[in-house]
Design a protein around this ligand. Sequence first.
Ligand SMILES: *Cc1c(COP(=O)(O)O)cnc(C)c1O
Length: 526
Amino acid sequence: MSGMNKQGRPTSLAGTGSGGTRETFTGNRALHLEEPILFELDNPGACGVDLDEPEEFAPRLGNFARAGRIGLPSVSEPEVVRHFVRLSSKNYSIDAGLYPLGSCTMKHNPRLNEKMARLPGLGDVHPLQPVKTVQGALELMHELSHWLKELTGMPAVALSPKAGAHGELCGMMAIRAALIARGEDETRSRVLVPESAHGTNPATAALLGYKVDAIPATKEGRVDLEAFKAKLGPDVAAIMLTNPNTCGLFERDIIDIADAVHEAGAYFYCDGANFNAIVGRVRPGDLGVDAMHINLHKTFSTPHGGGGPGAGPVVFSEALAPFAPLPYVVHDKDGFRLVETEGDAKADGTNPFGRMVAFHGQMGMFVRALAYMMSHGSDGLRQVAEDAVLNANYVLASLKEDFSAPFEGPCMHEALFDDRFLKGTGVETLDFAKAMIDEGYHPMTMYFPLVVHGAMLIEPTETESKQSVDLFIATMKDLARAAKSNDKDRFTGAPYMAPRRRLDETGAARKPVLRWAPPAPKQAAE
Ligand SMILES: *Cc1c(COP(=O)(O)O)cnc(C)c1O
């Protein structure tokens, strides 16, 4: 479908409604520069550094010495710089525009955080440095722990998990350790997970060998309390619940749910990825939560996307605190120290289930998150939640007429729509998302949560201005109108303007090409 220009590069202009097909010789489109992969740029002999040939070099590898090049590209420094700058300019980012990806809390990352993270004493710290040389770093971790415990009303925290999903694993491992200590590990084999849960919740439970039992949702998009109670029993280890849930709604029965879970002898794991909606306003510890991860990279800024970096500290209730993993920071009369071994822990009176990572976690994220907390203050953090909820409700109220909202009433920090408004248009949620790309927006989260057909989950976050949200709303309305007035081509062929059009995502997942091979030599030119 997409044409190739004289250089053998796909011409992304092909098929645009407005200007027809217009090819450029280079494949570049003004400032949209085409970029081959680094291997194609290979220029044997080019190098970014100037090293002397080693003298009288005799390899001692015997038969294992390499005989030829291993196929890594040779590229000069300016070519490497251009390569990565060009690629980076193809990335959409929160620094480029609104990023309404629901459940991901893509908010502005204050530059102050970056300045703090680059301070040499924090940026250059090494995990194997003697403890007496990293007192400041440990104090920072201690201070961050304090803020996390205050904000959640929970007595203990493990900082080391590296992301939300890793935090879930950590929390559930602490729950399992508590059950082992009670001698109930064998009998409690079931974990209850609401239908609307993020996929990482059932995956975590299954990874630990638990049987996942889905709790149905009510018509209002919340946990069905009666159905949930009916599922409780002596074989239940825990419930994993997200609050606010992934429909963007507060689980109003959460205290009843916690009470029932505890009465049944099970634990309450809360997925805290949506903490941005309630930070400074609600303390999960007051709701009866036993363990909850916090995505520092969502609620407390710190850049994320493209797979990292992140940090997923886990807060624990009194019941689970003794089982929290190694290492952790202790402050006593001799200063700050790390409890690193089972022996240290025994002396300290705790019973950790083990450790999650080799070292201490993501130091850079700790610095950014603490800088974020301290610069906002407790009043500022409360306002974060209020403004995030306000922005989402503004989107919900503004789009309600043109879109279709599956649930009644106001939302928390994200607005959920389904695809009923697209019925009969021939446009699906996926096409709608692709058309948003042509408009310069990263699409919202789509087809999640699964309980809603063709879901579109929009989270504007508190850091978008009213002008920015207004333009987004106007764009979304324009697209909805176009879909309903038979302008199907605008959607089903989208994106027209992106450097690449629709990719074969299934093919890429099923048959990934993981290794570059030089192209077959071209036939001699006529
Ligand atoms: C983001 C998210 C997770 C997973 O967090 P990662 O840091 O991406 O591992 C889990 N649950 C919910 C509801 C989320 O939004």
